[in-house]
Write a protein that binds this ligand. Structure first.
Ligand code: RNT
Ligand code: ZN
Length: 412
């Protein structure tokens, strides 16, 4: 279907497709560096991610160096309409030095900042509280040993300083997201002390004020992880309370709740108590499995809430998935485009008319319209977006993805 025909179909419902495309273009997605190398990072040590997270699969083409990762990212960005961001983890430093986590400095990330400047993209950041000998017990900021806590507090402080300098250098606030794996495989006796220690460590880490124009603190909760089935110290309630009391962002990861919970439903609730929100858009399958996000109901509902509740300006959309059984670059491209497609569908809904029907308790109209809209030609509007943004679609996209994958498949 031509764009003009599709545009007319939406116009009949009072929806302006050009306005939707203009808006979509301005929504940055923070693409996570760790999809490119199975959450391994570039520290001078071997080892896997730990902390209850795991990429499975050994598809050829894993980025082994920062240069390879940047090349892969450049390709992925070229396949994705619009301008986006990169979400870096501290263990992706780019340096010949070998600093421990409590020794990292801005200069260890300088090549990333230069590259981001050249690409015209913003950076986000994460301290890495896993894949390290001092995190082997799955206890970091809540560890009973003050020395271990201090080590991780120092890592967190340095990450905040690095984030602030990244934000200043790039002219866009860097979201520094704190996720720790802390928890217990079996039922703990003293949850309270563990949570009090986590709170104390966070307070110490976040004590130094930072300019919000340069960096924003975020905290990420979790229900459970592999190896920490009985109790996660940084639970949802823990961090929700913490974020509200301390004025940080709250990160909602879609894989970090009970499987039947609707994470989209949480947005409006937390938004009444928080200034800003961070999302880790992900797809759990039976557990926090971090599958590549699909254009499924969960994502569509998330996007619709962002638009309907007018939360786009105070929500930072980050992605969090890692699949090593398929082309890693294709995973980035498909997942990021799906987030955009979900946002586009939300922007193309006749939300005012639906809200009017709902306020009038006319749920019949609400259901009729939302179901009729499932047959609307969203695809033609997306195709137009890709055309305007000069990125391939359909078979041309498939070809590009295959071609690039072939070019990296010799890496081993
Ligand atoms: C883990 C969290 C966390 C990580 C990244 C790598 O369950 O979701 O966000 O995936 O920090
Ligand atoms: Zn996450």
């Amino acid at each position: 279907m031509s764009y003009e025909t599709a545009k007319a179909a939406f116009a009949e419902w009072g929806v302006d497709t050009d306005a939707a495309l203009d808006r979509l273009k301005t929504i940055p997605i923070s693409m996570h560096c760790w999809q490119g190398d199975d959450v391994v990072g570039f520290e001078q040590k071997s080892g896997s991610s730990g902390g209850g997270i795991q990429a499975t699969g050994n598809h050829p083409g894993r980025a082994r160096t920062p240069d390879e990762l940047r090349a892969d990212l450049e390709f992925a960005y070229a396949m994705i309409p619009g301008k986006h961001r990169l979400n870096l983890h501290a263990m992706y430093l780019d340096t010949n030095e070998n600093p421990d986590r409590d020794e990292i400095e801005y200069r260890h990330f300088a090549p990333w900042i230069d590259w981001a400047k050249g690409q015209g993209i913003g950076l986000d950041f994460n301290p890495t509280f896993f894949a390290h000998a001092k995190a082997d017990d799955n206890l970091t900021l809540s560890h009973p040993d003050q020395g271990i806590r201090d080590f991780w507090i120092e890592h967190g402080k340095r990450s905040r300083d690095i984030s602030a300098r990244m934000g200043a250098a790039l002219g866009t606030a860097c979201v520094n997201n704190i996720w720790v794996p802390d928890g217990y495989k079996d039922t703990p006796i003293d949850r309270m002390s563990a949570r009090a220690r986590l709170e104390g460590s966070l307070d110490a880490m976040l004590a130094a004020p930072q300019d919000k124009a340069q960096m924003l603190d975020a905290v990420e909760s979790k229900l459970f992880g592999i190896g920490v089935e009985a109790c996660t110290v940084g639970s949802h309630e823990f961090y929700m309370g913490y974020a509200i009391r301390k004025g940080t962002l709250l990160c909602l990861d879609m894989g970090h709740f009970h499987p039947t919970e609707n994470v989209a439903d949480k947005l409006s609730s937390v938004a009444l108590s928080l200034d800003e929100i961070l999302l880790h858009v992900s797809r759990p399958m039976r557990w926090d499995s971090d599958h590549v996000i699909l254009l499924n109901d969960d994502i569509l509902q998330m996007a619709q809430e962002l638009v309907s509740a007018d939360l786009l300006d105070r929500t930072h959309i980050g992605l969090d998935f890692f699949d090593a059984t398929i082309s890693r670059t294709a995973a980035w491209v498909i997942g990021t485009r799906n987030m955009q497609k979900a946002l586009l569908r939300a922007l193309l809904m006749p939300l005012d008319a639906l809200k009017t029907a709902e306020t009038a308790l006319d749920y019949t109209t609400r259901l009729t319209v939302t179901e009729e809209f499932k047959d609307m030609p969203f695809g033609a509007i997306w195709n137009e977006f890709a055309r305007r943004e000069d990125v391939p679609d359909g078979q041309a996209l498939l070809k590009e993805l295959e071609h690039y994958q072939k070019s990296v498949s010799g890496r081993n």
